[in-house]
Design a protein around this ligand. Structure first.
Ligand code: COA
Length: 258
């Protein structure tokens, strides 16, 4: 079932994952979350070098499925939040960068899905926010913690306490998205950046992603140690030899992923 609500398209080293429940603005229910987890696994098996996440229709993802959550017990709610967190962790643990292409509403769990990506691009039509307090709940898929790490504590507090929606220009201003494009340019630009990432040595990209994610919560000295170890590990690869040889020989490097 989850195959229908998630579309997965591989184009060589670039994979596009589309949340496909447009009649419900791609709201995240159990099927969608499990499908996203499977899509990440499929991309690992495909040796994807950059994954793009987007939404079908006018929304990126308009949140966790409110109708499905309505009658949850506290235990069921916590279990659902854990599922959302498992997906976020799987995205962060994937050895390739993930880019959110925010084509429309990215609210609640949708904003959290974008935050679990390495970075986000948005269309001028995007609207972002954490409106959970309007329903008398809080973000449950990492929204408080990843949002504060992305935009800072004071801005995260304002967004979560007010539940307000912001437009793409404001999201760009506060660093929630990296760039804003016209709607018909969004996927092309996301693919262009994905292709640039995919052209680099994949071991180095995976090492950089790991150090970014693990280092962010360590004291600086410890995080720097992680970087030193990861830098050293790059020199176990033939891609490092090729990259440096190509520079010295004034030619383009041909990376093999080894
Ligand atoms: N969960 C479940 N269903 C949702 C949903 C969500 N988070 N967001 C939208 N939908 C459904 C609507 O119920 C509607 O279904 P229906 O046609 O069967 O009635 C359909 O998607 C279209 O949404 P609609 O509200 O008619 O679109 P709109 O353009 O008028 O408004 C939003 C768009 C995003 C402003 C509005 O849908 C909204 O506020 N959604 C909830 C956002 C939210 O609170 N997210 C956090 C959840 S914790």
């Amino acid at each position: 079932m989850s195959e229908d609500v998630i579309l997965l398209e591989h184009d060589g080293p670039i994979s596009v994952v589309t949340v496909n429940r447009p009649d419900k603005l791609n709201a995240l229910n159990r099927d969608v979350l499990e499908g996203l987890g499977k899509a990440v696994e499929a991309c690992v098996a495909n040796q994807t070098r950059c994954m793009i996440v987007t939404g079908a229709g006018k929304a990126f993802v308009a949140g966790a499925d409110i109708a499905a959550m309505r009658e949850f017990t506290p235990e069921q709610a916590a279990e659902f939040a854990s599922l959302g967190h498992r997906v976020g962790h799987a995205m962060e643990a994937a050895p390739f960068p993930i880019v959110a292409a925010i084509n429309g509403f990215a609210l609640g769990g949708g904003c959290e899905l974008a935050l679990a990506c390495d970075f986000a691009f948005a269309s001028t039509k995007a609207k972002l926010g954490q409106p959970e307090v309007n329903l008398a709940v809080i973000p449950g898929f990492g929204g408080t913690q990843r949002l504060l790490r992305r935009v800072g504590l004071a801005m995260a507090r304002e967004l979560v306490y007010t539940g307000k929606m912001i437009d793409a220009a404001e999201a760009l201003r506060i660093g929630l998205v990296n760039a804003v494009f016209e709607p018909d340019q969004l996927m092309a630009e996301a693919k262009k950046t994905a292709a640039l990432i995919a052209s680099k040595g994949p071991f180095a990209i995976a090492a950089a992603k790991k150090v970014f994610n693990e280092g962010a919560d360590l004291p600086l000295a410890k995080a720097n140690e992680a970087e030193i170890a990861a830098f050293g590990s790059c020199f176990t690869t033939s891609d490092q030899k090729e990259g440096m040889a190509a520079f010295v020989e004034k030619r383009e490097a041909k990376f093999t992923g080894r």
